[in-house]
Design a protein around this ligand. Structure first.
Ligand SMILES: *Cc1c(COP(=O)(O)O)cnc(C)c1O
Length: 403
């Protein structure tokens, strides 16, 4: 028995079966991770779009170590410099306004919806229009917000106040606007729903619709934010500004953190007692987030996400051209999906055997979200392994396209 299988057995015995993990990881550096038996993998999951600056970036590690030794947590009864400085920085780089800190994506979205409800309350407006195939988290509220029945099944009755429109279909959103509507909530690039970017027309159309009906435009940037698309935030790509947006995943490089950033219109809607989080904005998470922002800036990782994304996209496109069973490459920047006819899971499993970690986004989409500072040779190595995996699954003459 290997060390990895021992750990897997222990894990499966004592941890609830909400996941189906594969290898046992114990160490990471940059774009590489190692399992408990010292086997190395190239990691194109990056902790599911969390390690945007790479695993254990020395600057982030140092910031966390120093802050851990100084003050890890002090509660929201007291002022904390890191939280103030981080919020100032986020305001300056996005909407102006103010931030609320919490601990994960779902709770950031909960905060955003609560903020919208409080804003609309006196006018009797509470309903949020979200998109089909969206993903907003796993709290009761956010499974109701999420436009996928698979996350809702078995958990009814669901909280009220959400209706679902078709993504990239402005008319379908318009049709749902009523006197109850307070906001429209959207991912600039749907992540879990299959790595699908919103069109520019859709985003500008939503902004205009919201302006016309005094609705709030809310963006869930939890997966597509923090440089992933080549811009700090996915909404910047379409040139529209939301009224508020949420961050989590990559914001603190793996130290749990969620952020709600609200522009001036919503910045002062919460007042003392209306919302709270014990760990939210604690010095440790804020130090990790500040270091993460520093690294993205100092290493020019927005531009790198574009460049690396282009290389990876070209490499993946070659597989679309080669195999009938590979349908399409889609996504934005370094958030890419390879659409296959068969089960995406098969591709993910075969890639892992070759030494490359990637993940699924829905049944037929293989998702690639490597660290933004992935090197050219790592991209090439990864593409070689994807090629070998596809060849093993789909190769064999007949299926290959003639041209
Ligand atoms: C991951 C994700 C969430 C949920 O974040 P958690 O930290 O798991 O609660 C919400 N929205 C989007 C777009 C995500 O990708």
């Amino acid at each position: 028995m290997s060390k990895s299988t021992d750990i897997a057995a222990l894990f499966d015995q004592y941890i609830m079966h909400t996941y189906a993990p594969s290898v046992t990881l114990v160490r990471g550096h940059g774009c590489k991770v190692w399992d408990a038996d010292k086997k190395a993998y190239l990691d194109f999951t990056a902790g599911i779009a969390v390690q945007n600056v790479g695993h254990c970036h020395p600057k982030v590690v140092k910031a966390v170590q120093e802050q851990a030794a100084a003050l890890m947590h002090c509660s929201n009864l007291f002022y904390s410099p890191n939280a103030a400085l981080l919020a100032q920085r986020l305001a300056k780089m996005s909407l102006g306004g103010k931030s609320f800190f919490c601990n994960c994506g779902a709770t950031a979205n909960e905060a955003m919806v609560k903020l919208a409800r409080l804003y609309g309350h006196d006018k009797g407006r509470f309903e949020v229009i979200t998109m089909l195939n969206s993903f907003h988290g796993r709290t009761l509220g956010m499974i109701a917000a999420t436009g996928q029945t698979k996350v809702q099944k078995g958990f009814d009755p669901l909280p009220l106040g959400f209706v679902h429109a078709e993504f990239n279909n402005l008319e379908s959103v318009k049709a749902l606007v009523s006197g109850r509507t307070v906001a429209v909530m959207v991912e600039a690039v749907q992540g879990e729903g299959g790595v699908l970017p919103a069109t520019k027309e859709f985003m500008t159309g939503l902004r205009a619709l919201c302006d016309a009906h005094d609705l709030l435009l809310l963006c869930d940037e939890i997966q597509c934010g923090m440089g992933r698309t080549g811009a700090w935030f996915g909404w910047q790509k379409s040139g529209v500004k939301p009224d508020a947006f949420t961050l989590a995943k990559a914001v603190a490089s793996g130290v749990p953190m969620g952020v709600l950033v609200a522009g001036p219109k919503l910045a002062d809607v919460f007042t003392p007692g209306t919302h709270a989080s014990t760990f939210g904005g604690n010095p440790l998470a804020c130090a990790a987030a500040m270091a993460t922002l520093d690294v993205i800036e100092e290493e020019g990782l927005l531009r790198r996400a574009e460049e690396a994304g282009k290389l990876l996209r070209e490499g993946l496109q070659a597989f679309v051209d080669k195999y009938d069973q590979v349908v399409e490459v889609r996504g934005e920047g370094l958030m890419l999906g390879l659409v296959v006819e068969g089960a995406a899971k098969e591709v993910v499993n075969t890639c892992r055997e070759m030494g490359l970690l990637c993940c699924v986004a829905g049944e037929h989409v293989v998702r690639f979200v490597p660290p933004l500072n992935v090197k050219d040779d790592e991209l090439e190595e990864g593409l070689d392994m994807i090629g070998d995996a596809l060849d093993q699954l789909y190769g064999g003459g007949e299926a290959e396209k003639d041209d």
